[in-house]
Design a protein around this ligand. Structure first.
Ligand code: 2P0
Length: 330
């Protein structure tokens, strides 16, 4: 059998302005722009094996364990429409990732980004096209394709409204590098819990968008304004503004999540200890002059983004509280 192999790797990313909601469920076009920072101590490596066939994914294994074939076949079926070449082959996907269980990072961003990059090598795609494919797998994966430290994922343009063709809209929204190197910054990822969340991000954001009564819409508008301010602040390395917006965007995300219960049942991802740690971090900012921010994804674990020179102060606080953590220095 004539088998060809394409290998690629990708890393997770941490959003400073969050992605939360889609204007298109199929292609994952976001309602709002987002901006993230690379986290390169965790990784996914993927080997894509292809041989003549009819567009079928024959096997997928992650760290040697078979994974959800149906989900990945669905992904291939979606991208077939854009790249008909895919129909001529069958696929075996072998993925490896080094995520410790409960590290607080979802492996779907690096997972789909690594797979999209391997597909990109096979199909000879540009980085932009690869980032669009990754997005069709999982929204935040588009931000794990570009090589830069700081990546933006714009929601598209206002004129998108006039485009009737969803494919064209799709091509306007993908991860792209804003800043290649953003040195002197550390990310501390803490681990409070490794429990699987009751409601996935995908489900959670659908609940927020489908129940919009005006609050979600106002959230999108405010965040879009802050996204533009944040972009400029990053380019000027105005850390005070960067960290101020990071905290606000994290808390707005959780405010929005709490605003839309699921048929009456509260949706909430934070623990008491999540907020206590955020408060302790702010104390370090006030009393010790640390410059930084906390943020949360759709989970309870706080992430701290700060100047590397202030790292020790935060680590000593975490040690005293017996909180486990990982550090990535940009
Ligand atoms: C983010 N999250 O910007 C936000 C913050 C979670 C909270 O992107 O449905 O797994 O696959 O497009 O990418 C998680 O959402 O959702 C996410 P899908 P995804 O990082």
């Amino acid at each position: 059998m004539n088998v060809k192999e394409f290998t690629a790797e990708a890393y997770p990313n941490l959003a400073l302005i969050k992605y939360w909601g889609k204007k298109d469920e199929e292609l994952h076009i976001p309602t709002k722009s987002s901006l993230s920072i690379a986290f390169r101590i965790f990784w996914t490596k993927t080997v894509l094996k292809i041989y003549p066939g009819e567009g079928k994914v024959e096997k997928i294994a992650i760290n040697g364990i078979p994974d959800d074939l149906k989900k990945i076949q669905n992904f291939f079926d979606k991208i077939k429409k854009f790249y008909p070449e895919i129909k001529k082959y069958n696929y075996i996907i072998e993925s490896e990732n080094n995520f410790p269980s409960g590290a607080g990072f979802a492996s779907s961003a690096s997972g789909y980004a690594a797979l999209a990059k391997a597909l990109g090598k096979f199909l000879n795609l540009s980085e932009k096209e690869t980032a669009i494919i990754a997005r069709i797998g999982s929204g935040s994966a588009t931000r794990s394709v570009p090589s830069g430290d700081i990546v933006v994922w714009k929601r598209g343009f206002n004129s998108d409204k006039e485009l009737s063709n969803l494919e064209e809209v799709s091509k306007r929204s993908y991860g792209e590098t804003l800043v290649q190197k953003f040195e002197g910054i550390s990310i501390i990822a803490t681990i409070l819990s490794n429990k699987i969340k009751k409601i996935s991000s995908r489900e959670g954001m659908k609940i927020s968008v489908s129940n919009d009564d005006g609050i979600y819409n106002a959230y999108v508008k405010t965040e879009e304004k802050d996204f533009k301010v944040l972009e400029k602040a990053i380019l000027k390395r105005d850390l005070e503004t960067v960290f101020d917006i990071t905290i606000k965007s994290a808390m707005r995300l959780h405010g929005i999540i709490l605003s839309y219960p699921n048929n009456g049942i509260p949706v909430f991802y934070l623990y008491d200890q999540s907020l206590e740690l955020a408060e302790k971090f702010i104390e370090l900012i006030r009393k010790e002059g640390v410059i930084g921010a906390y943020t949360f994804d759709a989970g309870p674990n706080p992430f701290f983004i700060l100047q590397t020179k202030d790292e020790e102060i935060v680590i000593s606080m975490l040690r005293k509280l017996n909180v486990n953590y990982y550090i990535y220095r940009l």
